[in-house]
Design a protein around this ligand. Sequence first.
Ligand SMILES: Nc1nc2c(ncn2[C@@H]2O[C@H](COP(=O)(O)OP(=O)(O)O)[C@@H](O)[C@H]2O)c(=O)[nH]1
Ligand SMILES: [Mg+2]
Length: 251
Amino acid sequence: MKTLSLVLPAYNEAARLPRTFELLHEAKGAQVFSGFDLKEILIIDDGSRDATAAISEHSKSLLPEIRVVRVSPNQGKGNAIHVGLREAQSEWCLIADADSATPWNQFIKLRDACLTSENTLCEIGMGSRDLPESHRAVRQSSLRENLGRLFNLAVRLVTGLPFKDTQCGFKLLHRPSLVRFLPLLRVRRFAWDVELLLFAVKAQLRIREVPVDWEHQEGSRISPLKDGLEMFLRVLQMRFRVLLTRIPDVR
Ligand SMILES: Nc1nc2c(ncn2[C@@H]2O[C@H](COP(=O)(O)OP(=O)(O)O)[C@@H](O)[C@H]2O)c(=O)[nH]1
Ligand SMILES: [Mg+2]
């Protein structure tokens, strides 16, 4: 059976994690991860100042797969994902947000996009909130939503990546296919997805953008204007860096 690690970056998420753990427990009961051996739920606590780690440890009674990895001081969501991908023990990693904005049953869509029972169809399945069949059950403010679309338009123009939504926090990744370029990833904050996708394209991995359901959750850690501008500058920088970087052949 294929193995699966969940990677949940969590920064000051003590208030939002308990609901997420309940929903994950339900999803396991509903066989959402069937066909996979769910080996671990990695909580990457990146210098939180609240009870994120304690609540996660405590929730092992509900979800014995939980393992808390602490990073200090805070270095950003991208760094937390890189740590999670290095720590993970499984062949497949599902990256998801600590607020369950994408319902767990959407995993089935990523699974079906990435693999049949025998074959790997693609190495990266990326959830998308901006395809015709995507469904936003609870919407963000229109400012957030439009800045998100503007960012994605800028990504398409600057990088040539064809995707409608690079920033959805729900992605299924085939870990062995990433190890060649994992040490080359540098973007520690919010544009980490774009960098990973640029390297994945350069490494000729197969990527599918998959429409998912999404429910905006209050308490976002992202400031659309300030972080959006930083993200855009990062995209410009990384475009050239990735072009100039050679990915080593040896695995
Ligand atoms: N480990 C870690 N996680 C972070 C950091 N910033 C954001 N996250 C996590 O990234 C996920 C998405 O953040 P959220 O604030 O919900 O963003 P939004 O819904 O996309 O606006 C959540 O699980 C956050 O806890 C960080 O600096 N470190
Ligand atoms: Mg969120």
